[in-house]
Design a binder for this molecule. Structure first.
Ligand code: FAD
Length: 411
């Protein structure tokens, strides 16, 4: 039996603690906040998209970089395993569009209750209000300093999360602990992040949410993202599920990427032209700007009119075929240019973190410091939306917790 410290009471830390305790280790879970899982509570807009019900092989397609590193973790503790764990604690789940799994109650707090019940049932000693200030090594032990007091452990699982939403307690402190022990950190960038646009007009449409539109992202003319879904205009640019997904494809260099919004993806150019022509015939005596009420949300009309180059006061019956077709092209490809991403603090997930070259993928143990393990967002892995990021946290946490050996460690 080893004395194990798990640092960070998020989803990764809770799984690591529970699995280690389930194998007979004495486990202390340190969480700086007054409760566990503050970020988990916010997930899925408070509904917690806890995993994805796709076959495990498909998970890797949703992990843009370093997916191979996660083979042992994702096959060792699968989406089925987390669903069984949560349901076993009395919280039924349901599967929604895109195979996203949520608690049937739609309350993230229920997932959190299940995880708290799971660590309690496994005998984890949970220490709240316990801010870990330092991590070091001495005489074959790992030394954890908490609220000014140092304690010795045989093994430590570092699960302090990434850099986003620091008010939840995840402010990147763990990177410093790992660096202090010789680990390298791949520079952190925001992934799944709202995008700032060069154009000012999204501000005029602020608050407008578009459903069933297609968003395309192009870098140097090459399509790097294309999906149908929902997006939102904000005071700085664009946000919403489609934009967050697009952002993770361009996280490394978002500046200059072109976005094209297809406002009418259900109609090809010909069908759209017929549709617009019908609207124009109905409104033939009106001014152009007063003829678009059935075609577009009110907030977009002045914007589209301005971008079309057709004077708003031009009479509809004088609009030429060429003008109409150019307008249809605009509806099919409303352009925006990305000026950059919002600050990392607003990201759903952090890209970068503990360099995977220094971590054994079959155990999550450090290759540099025996007895030190990593799990969750602190690692240099990130995934697209759909429940994959939480699954990574659960799976890497479970693998680390299960891999801890008995007894102390020789250096
Ligand atoms: C708004 C939002 C919505 C999201 N929605 C989803 C979703 O629906 N589905 C999905 O799959 N993913 C979602 N994510 C991503 C998901 O929340 C993260 O991937 C996941 O929480 C990472 O888990 P973790 O345990 O590694 O880190 P965290 O959840 O960040 O937990 C780290 C914990 O460590 C503690 N800690 C940090 N430093 C110390 C210290 N020095 N001492 C003690 N404790 C410390 C923190 O207080 C925190 O509780 C969302 C993220 C955000 C921000």
């Amino acid at each position: 039996m080893s004395r194990v410290a798990v640092i960070g009471g998020g989803p990764a830390g809770m799984l690591a603690a529970g699995e280690a305790a389930g194998r007979g280790h004495r486990v202390v879970l340190f969480e700086r906040n007054e409760k566990t899982g503050k970020k988990l509570f916010l997930t899925g807009k408070g509904r917690c998209n806890l995993t994805n019900a796709c076959p495990v092989e498909e998970m890797f397609e949703n992990i843009p970089r370093n997916p191979k590193f996660l083979y042992s973790a994702l096959y060792g503790f699968t989406n089925r395993d987390i669903i069984d764990l949560i349901e076993g604690m009395g919280v039924p789940t349901k599967v929604e569009r895109g195979q996203r799994v949520f608690p049937r109650s739609d309350h993230s707090s229920d997932v959190l209750k299940a995880l708290n019940a799971y660590i309690a049932a496994r005998g984890v000693e949970l220490r709240l209000h316990s801010h870990v200030e330092a991590l070091g090594r001495r005489d074959g032990s790992l030394m954890v300093t908490v609220n000014g007091r140092e304690e010795a452990f045989d093994a430590v699982v570092l699960c302090t999360g990434g850099l986003s939403y620091p008010s939840t307690g995840s402010d990147g402190e763990g990177y410093g602990f790992a660096q202090g022990l010789g680990h390298s950190i791949v520079p952190c960038k925001p992934s799944l992040i709202p995008l700032v646009t060069e154009e000012e007009w999204p501000k005029q449409a602020m608050g407008l949410s578009l459903r069933n539109v297609t968003l395309k992202a192009l870098r140097k003319g090459k399509v790097v993202f294309q999906e149908l879904g929902e997006m939102l205009f904000t005071h700085f640019g664009v946000s919403g599920p489609l934009v967050l997904s697009a952002s993770s494809r361009i996280a490394d260099a978002p500046e200059g990427v072109k976005l094209l919004i297809d406002l009418k993806p259900g109609l090809d150019m010909e069908a759209l032209d017929r549709r617009v022509l019908r609207d124009f015939e109905k409104n033939s005596r009106r001014q152009f700007s007063n003829s678009l009420g059935e075609l577009l949300p009110a907030k977009l009309i002045p914007i589209l009119v301005a971008l079309s180059g057709i004077p708003g006061e031009q009479s509809v019956n004088s609009i030429t075929r060429g003008q109409r077709q150019a307008f249809c092209r605009l509806l099919k490809a409303l352009p925006l240019t990305v000026a950059g991403a919002r600050d990392i603090q607003e990201a759903v997930i952090t890209r970068g973190g503990i360099s995977l070259r220094e971590v054994d993928p079959s155990t999550m143990e450090s290759r540099l410091v025996p007895g030190l393990y990593f799990a969750g967002e602190i690692l240099d892995v990130d995934a697209y939306t759909g429940g994959f990021n939480l699954q990574i946290a659960f799976s890497t946490g479970a693998l680390a917790g299960r891999s801890i050996r008995c007894g102390g460690f020789d250096e």
